[in-house]
Write a protein that binds this ligand. Structure first.
Ligand code: SF4
Length: 260
């Protein structure tokens, strides 16, 4: 198979897998593997701010640890419910800092993350009438959701796009388009995208984002979960398990020497 044919076939297979997931009934998302923590995050009707706070925490620590923070805060503070958002908004920075630090630091950057949480809670109270779900209700465009997440302290393109993608892909939130949901570039996605032959080995984050847009402009983030899971479970850094990879017949790593 010629290289260009292989690349487009691989793109089509990845896109198809992404849409296949979207066509299945909504399922509970396993964020942490811990029932109570996942219950809180999956309950975006009654606890939408828990999901928003977890997204904001997802920086420079393992995702499972970040996603567990709203639940851990609920244990440490004794409340984190929707009805108590106002109470959460009134908490002092010192008390929140203490909860972030004791008995063990909840995040690698507890002080900074305390500020981010307080900013988020105040913004949800002031701009979204205390209901974080207003960020995504009313079938907004994907750009609107991403832009609203970008307005939280500590949130960059990667988190904003990831949040929009989880809402659309996993929680099936209705949007008017998916154009602005990019891939959320991390080490897994970079490695797999490169090995598959879509980007050079040392491609920049911007390069990867624009490559995904080029491959599927209608919904660039469609590649996100398939690539990420593959990177975590099969396409490992040192020894990719190509023999059990469903993409091995098309992957560049396994088809070195193809004609271009
Ligand atoms: S075939 Fe191998 S290198 Fe290619 S994506 Fe699969 S595991 Fe990774």
């Amino acid at each position: 198979m010629l290289k260009l044919e292989r690349v487009s076939s691989l793109r089509d297979q990845l896109v198809q897998e992404g849409y296949d997931r979207l066509s299945t009934p909504r399922a509970r998302v396993k964020f942490t593997g811990e029932k109570e923590a996942d219950d809180l995050l999956n309950d975006i009707d009654l606890h939408p701010h828990a999901f928003v706070v977890a997204c904001i925490m997802d920086r420079q620590i393992r995702a499972e640890k970040a996603w567990r923070i709203p639940y851990e805060l609920r244990l440490r503070l004794g409340f984190f419910d929707f009805a108590n958002l106002a109470r959460l908004a009134e908490i002092s920075p010192e008390k929140l800092n203490e909860a972030m630090l004791q008995p063990t630091p909840i995040h690698r950057f507890p002080n900074e993350m305390s500020k981010n949480i307080l900013f988020a809670v105040h913004r949800i109270r002031n701009e979204f009438c205390g209901n974080a779900a207003a960020i995504w209700t009313g079938k907004p465009s994907s750009a609107t959701i991403v832009r609203r997440f970008l307005e939280f302290r500590g949130v960059g393109q990667k988190i904003a796009s990831m949040a929009a993608n989880i809402l659309v892909r996993d929680f099936r939130v209705a949007v008017s388009d998916r154009y602005s949901i990019d891939i959320s570039v991390d080490v897994q996605i970079t490695r797999v995208f490169s090995r598959m032959g879509f980007v050079p080995k040392n491609a920049s984050v911007d390069y990867l984002i624009f490559r995904a847009r080029e491959l599927h402009p209608e919904y660039p983030g469609i590649f996100d979960l398939v690539l990420w899971e593959l990177g975590r479970e099969v396409c490992r850094p040192l020894q990719p398990a190509c023999v059990r990879c469903r993409f091995s017949n098309l992957c560049a790593h396994k088809n070195v020497g193809d004609a271009s």
